[in-house]
Write a protein that binds this ligand. Structure first.
Ligand SMILES: Nc1nc2c(c(=O)[nH]1)N[C@H]1C(S)=C(S)[C@@H](COP(=O)(O)O)O[C@H]1N2
Ligand SMILES: [Mo]
Length: 524
């Protein structure tokens, strides 16, 4: 019995030693990554690699269930797994001291390899955070395990080999404090780096547009409580991307290169070059292909930017309909994302933009500062490259961009959709007049009609707010006389091509969800 208890008595501190070593490894990695590159930190690198390898269905599920928090969930998951493994290594080290320490080094190797193979890797220095962290963690585990297995200087009462409890606790405490200090310092350094980029953003004075957006018609906004505002404030605008750390680029050093097939005059632009051109301002509704029927990944902003078609013409690009050799435009971001848009649509006269402004301010970092692309009528994943740095003209045959490699469609125009914003699902309402309201979108075609149906009743015409443009959503409302009982409210939109929103439900993969949004309510 005594033996067992003393073994257990050392298992718990051994696990603690493992955890502490893992913690120290991450803290040191954080500090070094602040000096090298925040994206090269092991958790960020492994997380990014995990995102790239996630099957589309799972990624889609994660986006739907955690939304913008999906990245936090992923990082917490990685930390939980690392914590368990670190504790296990601590226990292993009790018997095999060197193997335990080598285990920590192995994790460092995984982190370093992930950092090196990320598309945004800037070179061999990217292994340094993982390497330094692993060395610190392995050394600490070796040391702590030594204290756990060393016999006391004085024999334990009743004999048996005890362990150097006091020495272990002192070393563990010192390690915890040092690691916490290193991690905190790393965070501060990282934050000051971000502040430099923020300073270049603060210094931006957006020029007035040569072609301003028409004032928003007052009648485009219905006064219905609970309806989505026509213009989505930047702080509420949905965010979907694969970046675990939001890239904070400096406007001063930003460059955009345009090159590829049929580009007779390849060009590189600076941010100042773009601001010096004639800018246009347009209201455009952006939608994510991962948006479920009735989902939140859609928003409207007033964008300011350079017409992309003009830049392409200057570079000598002709659309396929004029005999140009490239039918796909691949936009590449600083974080290694690639998005492919059809050249024909980009150049067909619609307001495809290199956007620099969003709702009156420079693009927020999360939405692509300094410059992003935007093509009205196409889902974000085939058009809206954030943190853009390169545009390559190529063909759909020659190159599959990021999402297409992951089973999403090559071409993806936005599907006609309507959403009920109010009442909310499972709302309890009083009998009598109830305003049912929401938004409907069919970017670049426009919305012509919205209808609402109560239970299995007839489709009734909803009132449409004034149209801002065919590229924006339209608010709608329907005055309902609610009778007591449970009811299902369903909505459908008709776009300007006369196509009625289909009833057929499809999943978001591969080219966007279809089907009709309905909401179940109970009326007392
Ligand atoms: N660099 C980069 N750009 C990107 C993405 C990304 O993951 N990385 N996601 C795209 C997708 S899927 C959508 S829907 C839009 C979303 O833009 P938002 O986050 O500004 O709403 O950005 C697009 N641009
Ligand atoms: Mo998306």
């Amino acid at each position: 019995m005594r033996i067992n208890r003393s073994t257990f008595a050392r298992t718990a501190p051994a696990a603690l030693g493992g955890l502490l070593s893992g913690y120290a490894a991450l803290a040191v990695a954080e500090l070094v990554s602040a000096a090298v590159r925040p994206e090269a930190g092991p958790v960020t690198a492994v997380g990014g690699a995990a995102i790239d390898r996630t099957p589309p269905a799972l990624k889609d599920w994660a986006i739907r269930h955690f939304g913008t928090d999906d990245k936090l969930v992923l990082q917490l998951g990685i930390l939980a797994v690392l914590g368990l493994l670190a504790a296990a290594l601590g226990i292993l080290a009790l018997r095999h001291r060197r193997t335990g320490a080598a285990g920590v080094l192995l994790f460092g190797a995984v982190g370093g390899a992930a950092a090196l193979t990320r598309p945004d890797s800037t070179g061999p220095a990217d292994v340094l955070p993982s390497l330094a962290g692993a060395l610190a963690g392995a050394g600490l585990l070796y040391l702590l395990t030594g204290l756990l297995t060393a016999p006391r200087t004085a024999p334990a009462p009743g004999g048996g080999t005890g362990w150097n409890r006091r020495g272990f606790l002192a070393a563990a405490g010192a390690a915890a404090l040092t690691a916490t200090a290193a991690g905190a310092l790393g965070r501060r350094l990282g934050a000051s780096r971000g502040r430099d980029a923020a300073a270049t953003r603060d210094a931006v004075r957006l020029p007035a547009p040569a072609s301003p957006a028409a004032p928003l018609p007052r009648a485009a906004s219905l006064r219905v409580p609970g309806i989505s505002p026509f213009t989505t404030p930047n702080a509420d605008f949905y965010r979907v991307d694969t970046a675990l750390v939001v890239p904070r680029l400096s406007a001063d050093t930003w460059r955009l290169r345009i090159h590829g097939r049929g580009v007779s005059r390849p060009r590189t632009y600076t941010y100042a070059d773009l601001l010096g051109r004639d800018l246009i301002e347009r209201d455009v509704t952006l939608t994510c292909v991962s948006n479920e029927v009735g989902g939140p990944y859609v928003g409207t902003a007033r964008w300011l930017g350079v017409p992309l078609a003009g830049l392409l013409r200057e570079a000598g690009v002709r659309p396929p309909s004029e005999g140009g050799p490239a039918d796909q435009l691949v936009a590449r971001s600083t974080d290694g994302m690639t998005l492919g848009s059809p050249v024909e649509e980009v150049m067909d006269g619609r307001d495809a933009l290199l956007a620099v402004g969003m709702n009156g301010e420079p693009l927020p970092f999360a939405h692509g500062f300094p410059v992003r692309m935007l093509v009205p009528g196409l889902y974000g994943y085939v058009s809206a490259c954030k943190w853009i740095q390169d545009i390559e003209l190529t063909t759909f045959d020659a190159y599959d961009p990021y999402w297409v490699k992951r089973k999403w469609a090559r071409r993806a125009p936005v599907k006609t959709q309507a959403r009920i914003d109010t009442p909310k699902p499972f709302a309890r309402l009083g009998a009598g007049p109830v305003t049912v309201a929401g938004v409907a979108w069919a970017q670049h075609r426009g919305i012509d009609r919205v209808e609402v149906r109560v239970d299995e009743g007839p489709w009734e015409q909803a009132d449409l707010a004034a149209e801002d443009s065919a590229d924006t959503w339209r608010q709608w409302s329907y005055p309902w006389r609610a009778a007591p009982g449970g009811h299902t409210l369903t909505v459908r939109a008709t776009d300007r091509t006369g196509t009625v929103q289909t009833e057929e439900r499809t999943r978001t993969v591969p080219d966007g969800a279809s089907g009709r949004h309905s909401v179940v309510v109970s009326v007392d």
